[in-house]
Design a protein around this ligand. Sequence first.
Ligand code: ZN
Length: 295
Amino acid sequence: MMKILGTYLVALGAAVCLVTPSSHAADDKALRILLVDGQNNHNWKATSPVILSSLAQSGRFVVEVSTAPPKGAPKEAWAEWNPKFSEYAAVVSNYNGELWPEPVQRSFEKYVSEGGGFVCLHAANNSFPEWLEYNRMIGIGGWGGRNEKNGPLLYRKEGQVVRDTVKGSGGGHGPQHEFVVEVLEKEHPITKGFPLKWKHAADELYHALRGPAENLVLLGVAYSPVTQREEPMLLTLSYGKGRVFHTPMGHADVSMRCAGFQSVLERGTEWAASGSVTLPVPADFPGLEAVSARP
Ligand code: ZN
């Protein structure tokens, strides 16, 4: 199940050039990252390579992939899937699918609570509505039958962060579109140096996410024309000693080719893995007027 990054990049052909070492050349100090995929209602086979190439070109990480068994796989296949989370500085999830086996759930809880890093991307926050500890890690999620019993809606309105206990389902989005992300916490290591407002590539703008919504900092939001509220786009959370970075952005490969998204991914992963950020804000980071897309 485990594929090293090189395997992916060879398969990608043209993307191999992206591993050219930068000022943060991958060396002994590189952070070991595990990307988990294998099931998703999204095209994870298209988005995982974008995640990998983004993390690789930063030069800050060595990334391995653990692909979970496909939907409907027999118990024997799941019994063999038990990633050694503790060997990594952070785990990045591009997974939305069947509930992980109990031993993997307990292992992941132990890993994060003891200080591991976790990065939750887009539909990874649709995962596991029935797994309370996972929902405490991500703070808010959508779909899967989530409702007021899972916790309040989290959004920002009139300058205030609101936890709204209104009844109703969790999770929604309008048509994909380009939208502006507004940074609320400009001194946080992940967002420090970002333009305070920047144009994100076409993406689903999730709204009505709900969950425990505890131990979190809302770093950035985007205005939803559907809810007429500012919806969470960049969040950090603590879970025990662990650090979690969560972005509901990243619906498709085109969304992930946004230079802003990739900087968010790289800096969020570095922060989750190490507690600090050394990666610079890239020169092609978008401003307010125009999207900045990478090849
Ligand atoms: Zn989506």
